[in-house]
Design a protein around this ligand. Structure first.
Ligand SMILES: [Zn+2]
Length: 459
């Protein structure tokens, strides 16, 4: 991802504890977490018998029309839940509440649904899959233009392959879930804040962006794809806006829709919504999405902030760049490992770790608290060690030189090649760490799938 870092923050906000804000604006431009979730999800879920079924594709409009009344009731319940369960929840403006009405046009119903969820009106939610790169070569006649699926104007994901599926066509549940697990990065959470340059932002009631630059479209999705639930209390005291992150809201919205879809005989949408929810669960397995600054103590953050406030910003600025560079370097390396294994069709340690179910039973049962208490806590706890591994293994220029901007050069950096020249034991340190994190990614993705099926037939 070639986003310039650090992203400048709004002048009015520099009066707040500037370091923490600046750290966030520094990595708010890197909110992809695991690059191309679909490729990783295929490996994590490929051996689940629950997903070997085929389901009939159904356009969103058909699902909404058939279940209009049930959706109205469900979204009302979701709103009650959110007001009680989500810290700092901004209530849904009453005029956005979903109302069933058989006389509405399909287009109007779809528009109202997106507004009631408070996701981008640009969200495509098209009928498509990303094919498994380990599967047969895709039929060129089925290729879809990226803009039909992805609302991002200048997508970093332009090399994704999207294939059209037709209404009624049977598709593997695995392909539906894996494909949808990448979809929230296609612009669904962009420009939703009152200071975003968008109509939706002005009416959605989310308030001003808690961190990041509201005018840089891509950074506006970060507060939905990151969650800071386990920082020391002093950090929230210094920067209360850190509590305004909403991945748990998205998980609840999409899992409750998935359950409704399964219960009312729409398994395609059951799996599609499951995949959408899965994205946020997976994002929170990434240490740089679950902590403000992995590897830096609260005391250090506040100390460096104090220096910045008395006119010595060097340490602050350096830290922003290093944090962003390490975050990006990890994603670059992980995604290269996954891509290379697929390209050469070589079974890899990462692939094996991803579908290894041996640790699944060791986690607590899925619950309302699972994503916060298990998934993001585990990633938060892994933060310092992950940061250390990156520093120890990757070339110092990429992870320890504040004069280097990894984001600007990411596309031309081949970490697999560079690391092949170093001591294998040193490389193994980072490989083991990444495998461990992807093991968590796999286990929690499967836990979500199983929680959706609790007591339900698979089709
Ligand atoms: Zn994301």
């Amino acid at each position: 991802m070639a986003f310039p870092n650090p992203i400048p923050c709004r002048p009015m906000r520099t009066t707040r504890p500037a370091l923490i804000l600046a750290l966030l604006t520094g990595f708010a431009g890197t909110a992809f977490a695991w690059s191309n979730h679909a490729m990783v999800s295929y490996r994590a879920l490929e051996r689940m018998p629950e997903l070997s079924v085929q389901v009939a594709a159904e356009p969103l409009e058909a699902f909404l029309k058939n279940e209009d009344k049930a959706i109205e009731a469900l979204l009302r319940d979701d709103e009650d839940w959110a007001r009680k369960a989500v810290d700092t929840y901004p209530p849904l403006p009453p005029q956005l509440a979903y109302r069933a009405d058989p006389s509405k046009s399909d287009a109007q119903r779809r528009k109202d649904f997106l507004a009631a969820l408070r996701v981008s009106p640009e969200s495509r939610l098209a009928l498509y899959v990303q094919p498994d790169p380990w599967g047969p070569a895709p039929d060129p006649a089925r290729l879809l233009a990226p803009t039909k699926v992805n609302a991002l104007e200048k997508s970093e994901e332009a090399n994704h392959v999207f294939l059209r599926i037709d209404p009624g066509e049977m598709v593997p549940a695995l392909a539906v879930v894996a494909s949808a697990s990448d979809e929230p990065d296609y612009g669904m959470d962009l420009n939703l804040w009152s200071d975003s340059n968008s109509e939706a932002g002005k009416t959605y009631g989310f308030g001003p962006i808690p961190f990041g630059n509201p005018t840089l479209s891509f950074s506006t999705q970060a507060p939905f794809h990151m969650g800071f639930f386990h920082e020391p209390a002093i950090i929230y005291k210094a920067a209360p806006f850190l509590k305004r992150t909403y991945p748990l809201l998205r998980v609840h919205q999409y899992t409750s829709l998935a359950r409704l879809a399964f219960d009312t005989g729409h398994p395609y949408w059951g799996w599609r919504f499951t995949g959408l929810a899965m994205h946020y669960v997976q994002d929170l397995t990434q240490p740089y999405h679950a902590s403000v600054s992995p590897g830096n103590s609260a005391v250090r953050l506040i100390g460096i902030n104090a220096l910045a406030m008395v006119g010595l910003p060097k340490w602050k600025n350096d830290m922003i760049v290093l944090l962003s560079n390490r975050h990006l370097a990890m994603e670059n390396y992980e995604s290269a490992l996954i891509r290379t294994a697929a390209k050469t069709r070589t079974p890899s340690v990462l692939g094996a770790t991803l579908h290894d179910t041996s640790l699944d039973a060791g986690y607590p049962a899925w619950s309302e608290r699972y994503v916060r208490d298990v998934v993001s806590k585990e990633a938060y706890d892994a933060g310092a060690a992950t940061d250390r591994s990156l520093v120890r293994t990757l070339p110092a220029r990429y992870v320890s030189d504040p004069g280097f901007d990894f984001g600007m050069h990411s596309a031309s950096i081949d970490l697999i090649k560079e690391l092949s020249a170093i001591d294998p034991a040193q490389r193994a340190h980072l490989d083991t760490r990444i495998a461990e994190l992807l093991g968590h990614y796999g286990a929690h993705s499967r836990a979500l799938v199983r929680s959706m099926l609790d007591g339900r037939p698979t089709q």
